[in-house]
Design a protein around this ligand. Structure first.
Ligand code: COA
Length: 378
């Protein structure tokens, strides 16, 4: 028995310093490198936020141009990887295929063991450039279509739509998507980022750390919640059914996806901005179905807050917003990866710049020490 108090789920435990982002539950706010996320979402393209997360400052126009040129130069995945993806079992979840594809990128990298900061930064940009193409190619292959090659003419979000659908939607839709990218980019020591730091701390390499982080994000208690939210909305079925559905779910002690947060207790900093983007998508699409999902979401939100005092998290508006943008539900968490790769890799670089192996203690509750009896006498 250890004398130390056990903090189950590491709740409330501070394990290291970070200069990447600050979550402030007392004010429901979040800053990346000192800038409020809602400000970044309103005034910057996702590329500017990505630059900020890695470099600590917002770019000038020249710096941004240079950064975008670097990202575009890294676009393009190998035909070997596409061939491997063609062989993925049908029905595999896109987060599982993405995890495998990113691991494959590591196999292709000849300098995998170089942990110098400049090399890690180059690889971070490479992952940020290639992951959208993997997500889009996987979507098309699963639907029996050939991947659409990346283009160097389009910006990050536009290029992703192009690779998925062969066309770019209106600037208003792209803006809603871009906002979601900014809001998903970074969130301090959440489960997947901490996973990335733990793996990086053993000097296993950036691809191992990112592959592990994808595995962690996949779970429905973490990033997988944005998909689970949309499944829930479909199960609820109609806005009229929403209140009764929620009351019954609470009565039967169901976990309601898209609600609650380990750190925020009275609201998630990112929700108002993403809810506005979701509403914009509803107005842009304008169908009865879109309006119905909006109405249903409002009722579920109000009922949960009134009955349990548990607030929605970012996944609650992001899930239906992606649905209205035309993405299949199993793509929602891979889309989250396209953004969070910036935060993960910034943390990997930070971890490795002053590394200490992450190795907590445990409180042993098993059998007391005993003698081994040889098998013939057992
Ligand atoms: N639905 C129903 N009840 C919930 C809930 C939810 N989404 N979130 C929390 N609660 C309940 C817990 O069951 C617990 O009840 P109890 O005291 O009767 O056991 C109580 O609220 C306090 O839970 P808390 O300690 O705040 O939760 P946590 O820190 O262990 O878990 C999450 C945080 C995110 C894992 C949890 O809120 C959850 O599973 N949410 C749904 C999945 C999700 O949206 N994940 C994305 C997170 S960004």
């Amino acid at each position: 028995m250890t004398d130390a108090e056990i903090k189950y789920g590491l709740a409330g435990v501070v394990t290291d310093d970070t200069a990447v982002s600050k979550v402030m539950p007392e004010t429901n706010s979040l800053t990346y490198r000192g800038y409020a996320v809602q400000d970044l979402a309103a005034k910057c393209r996702f590329e500017e936020t990505a630059y900020l997360i890695w470099n600590g400052e917002l770019p000038t126009q020249n710096e941004l141009d240079e950064f975008n040129a670097k990202e575009k130069a890294e676009r393009g995945i190998s035909t070997d990887l596409i061939d491997v993806m063609r062989k993925f079992p049908s029905g595999a979840h896109p987060m599982a295929t993405l995890r495998t594809a990113v691991s494959f990128l590591g196999l292709e990298d000849k300098e995998i063991d170089d942990h110098a900061t400049d090399k890690l930064y180059e690889r971070s940009i490479s992952l940020y450039a290639k992951i959208p193409e993997i997500v889009a190619a996987d979507f098309r292959l699963r639907n029996g279509k050939d991947p659409i090659p990346t283009t160097k003419d389009l910006a990050f979000s536009e290029n992703f739509f192009h690779m998925c659908f062969g066309e770019v939607p209106s600037p208003e839709v792209v803006k809603c998507f871009d906002i979601s990218m900014t809001l998903y980019a970074e969130h301090s020591f959440n489960a997947s980022t901490f996973t990335a730091r733990v793996i990086a701390s053993s000097l296993s390499g950036i691809y191992s750390a990112v592959t592990g982080a994808i595995g962690s994000l996949k779970g429905p208690l973490h990033g997988g919640a944005n998909e689970a939210v949309m499944h829930m909305l479909k199960e609820v079925g109609t806005a009229e059914n929403a209140e009764a559905w929620m009351l019954d779910a609470l009565e039967t002690k169901k976990k309601i996806m898209g609600f609650g947060h380990r750190v925020y207790r009275s609201g998630d900093s990112r929700v108002p901005t993403m809810t506005e983007a979701y509403k914009n998508m509803v107005d842009i699409i304008g169908t009865d179905e879109a309006k119905m999902y909006w109405e249903m979401s409002r009722i579920l939100d109000k009922t949960m807050v009134d009955k349990k005092g548990i607030y929605p998290n970012l996944d609650f508006p992001a899930g239906p917003a992606y649905y209205l943008m035309g993405f299949e539900i199993p793509m929602f968490t891979p889309i989250f990866v396209m953004s969070r790769i910036t935060g993960w890799t910034a943390h990997i670089i930070e971890q490795l710049s002053d590394n200490k192996l992450i190795r907590p203690l445990s409180n042993y509750t098993g059998s007391p020490q005993r003698d081994v009896i040889a098998i013939e006498q057992r």
